[in-house]
Design a protein around this ligand. Structure first.
Ligand code: NAP
Length: 294
């Protein structure tokens, strides 16, 4: 796509991730329609030239590309297929869901989009709030190769590693694999830091040492320093992580696959959610290990 012919993009869902991602599209010169459930989250991008809309339908009706980055599968379904949904409102458009959602819903949306004359992709992301801010996300895509090629220039504004993994649903399956790795890794990060503290070590010095060794990971190097500072603000909400592990475990059941690490991680996070921490960041898992252990 040349600079002169950038298609109009509608971006729906302007939370922690969507705010930065939509900002990169605007900065790259894409004319941008916005919609978010809480209207105040549109203000910053409207000030930079985007157009605020009153519904997903209004955002989609004159857009060639429609991107959704909402919270839960139920939100995706409402925004795509609800009475004010994008499938009905858009005209011959490329519809991309970047929410972490279920592979089954991705296949259903692809069929509905195709029946309405659109192209559809599932394109969830990894890289967290930092990756979104720095436009360095990994973007895992499911759908038809032609739609992937069409989407690439837009997706490359938000990520550095954009891959087609297979047909509709393959992006979400890949994201589930990603979340399963994180589910067990974040437990290890918290346990290592809890152990270091109990042993009387300086946790920052421990992080600086093991962060470049064989234990190195994004979880250790991004979440570790937040834990040491006592910063439990959300980069990634516990409630969204519980959603993801729940989807992964349901899919694993269908494949007759036992995932004990994910089950344990889910039960620990459920304990924290019961304590009112569902809107804390996933690094707040450390609080579990601060409890007196018998
Ligand atoms: P978030 O801050 O809660 O953002 C979601 C946004 O979507 C909110 O602003 C919300 O509106 C809006 N929304 C929800 N339902 C809507 C609807 N029906 N209509 C219109 N807008 C709606 O969450 P996030 O952290 O950006 O995450 C978004 C998605 O990406 C989630 O599926 C999450 O699992 C996934 N993800 C997150 C990260 C991360 O590190 N944060 C990384 C990778 C993937 P309100 O403002 O009214 O709540």
């Amino acid at each position: 796509m040349s600079t002169a012919a950038k298609p109009r993009v509608a971006f729906i869902g302007l939370g922690i991730m969507g705010q930065s991602m939509a900002g990169h599209l605007l900065a790259a010169g894409y004319p941008l329609n916005l919609y978010n459930r809480s209207a105040d989250k549109m203000a910053a991008l409207v000030a930079k030239g985007a157009r605020a809309c009153a519904s997903p339908a209004e955002a989609a009706k004159d857009a060639q590309v429609v991107i959704t980055m909402v919270g839960f599968p139920s939100d995706v379904e409402e925004v795509w297929l609800g009475p004010q949904g994008i499938v009905k409102a858009a005209h011959n458009a490329l519809l991309i869901d970047m929410t972490t959602s279920s592979p089954e819903l991705a296949r259903k949306l692809a069929q509905a989009a195709s029946a309405a004359g659109h192209r559809a992709l599932d394109a969830p992301v990894s890289g967290g709030d930092v990756g979104a801010r720095e436009a360095k996300l990994s973007i895992m895509v499911g759908g038809e190769p032609a739609a992937f090629e069409e989407a690439l220039p837009v997706l490359q504004c938000m990520g550095t590693n954009v891959r087609l993994l297979g047909p509709a649903g393959a992006g979400q399956h890949t994201k589930m694999a990603n979340q399963l790795v994180i589910a067990s890794t974040i437990m290890g990060v918290c346990e290592g830091l809890a152990y270091a503290k109990a042993a009387g070590l300086d946790p920052s010095a421990v992080l600086q040492t093991i962060g470049s060794g064989a234990a190195s990971s994004a979880q250790l190097n991004v979440m570790g320093p937040r834990i040491v500072k006592g910063d439990f603000e959300p980069g990634f909400f516990i409630m969204h992580f519980l959603k993801d592990v729940g989807i992964a475990l349901s899919e694993a059941d269908l494949m007759h696959l036992n995932l004990p690490g994910a089950k344990l991680s889910k039960s620990l996070y459920e304990t924290l959610a019961e304590r009112g921490l569902e809107r804390a960041g996933t690094q707040a898992l450390y609080k579990y290990y601060e409890e007196p252990q018998s």
